[in-house]
Write a protein that binds this ligand. Structure first.
Ligand code: OAD
Length: 233
């Protein structure tokens, strides 16, 4: 078993839980203009539209549940004697609900809101709107979903690069490899001498950068791979 493991997940790990991916046929970015719903400029132009987009997704969390891939990753963390860092681009809460602990949400979380007026962060499970006052500063109109939009810096990059720089095994699961900086993590891990593996439904845009690629649905290929690792094969 490798001493230090870093795992990057994307929308594909949640697809079989009923969460839409972004770039597959019929995916979120074929139905919504990302410039309108996932940029600071879009939010400034039409906050109600942006709130509606994320409110739908936040309220949908209670209708979905982790799948076998999320549970397998939590099992791997629990059974791994070394360090395991799970970095997700997903804003859903399925990894934590499956039991993952050392989890980094690099694109933020649907269940959190941040106030652009006072900078305070809050657990948030209901709808957001321009009328809702911030629990800290009491100003209305400042709260936004605590998610990273295009043009914004992903969260916890220092912690992520530190883990990648000390990594023996790097797995990328269910991500198309089309959004930076996450798409570059494989190169960073390779530089650190890690064995790199892609687990995805089909070859991603960056699959040529990996030492090994396993293609199939996450709910099948991730548990299989985790069992092999835990058995030391
Ligand atoms: P994408 O929609 O770009 O890619 C999803 C990947 O999952 C594709 O490569 C699919 O082939 C794969 N996939 C689909 N179903 C799968 C399954 N059942 N099992 C395994 N793989 C499957 O989503 P991400 O790579 O996560 O950012 O996108 C990255 C970022 O782009 C997101 O975090 C989001 C988006 O714009 C922001 O909103 C800032």
């Amino acid at each position: 078993m490798p001493a230090s493991i870093v795992i990057l997940t994307g929308a594909g790990v949640s697809a079989e839980s009923g969460v839409d991916t972004f770039r597959d046929t019929g995916g979120i970015w074929s139905r919504y203009d990302y410039r309108k719903v996932a940029t600071p400029e879009g939010f400034a132009a039409d906050p109600a539209l942006v709130h509606d987009f994320y409110n739908q997704r936040r309220s949908g969390l209670v209708k979905i549940a982790p799948n076998a891939a999320h549970y397998a990753l939590a099992r791997l963390e629990a059974g791994h004697p070394g360090r395991l860092t799970l970095v997700t681009q997903n804003i859903d809460d399925l990894h934590e609900r499956a039991g993952s602990k050392n989890l980094i949400h690099m694109h933020g979380e649907l269940t959190k809101a941040i106030c652009v007026r006072c900078g305070s962060r809050h657990e948030w499970h209901g709808d957001l709107s321009t009328e809702v006052p911030c629990p800290a500063c009491a100003e209305a109109g400042g709260l936004r979903p605590d998610v990273v939009w295009f043009g914004e810096m992903p969260y916890h990059m220092e912690r992520i690069y530190e883990a990648l720089g000390d990594c023996d095994l790097f797995l990328a699961i269910g991500t198309s490899g089309s959004v930076y900086p996450a798409a570059q993590f494989v190169q960073e891990a390779s530089r650190a001498g890690a064995h790199t593996v892609e687990l995805n439904l089909e070859p991603s845009e960056t699959f040529g950068d990996f030492d090994e690629a396993i293609h199939g649905p996450a709910s099948r290929v991730v548990p299989d791979y985790v069992e092999k690792l835990l058995k030391g094969k």
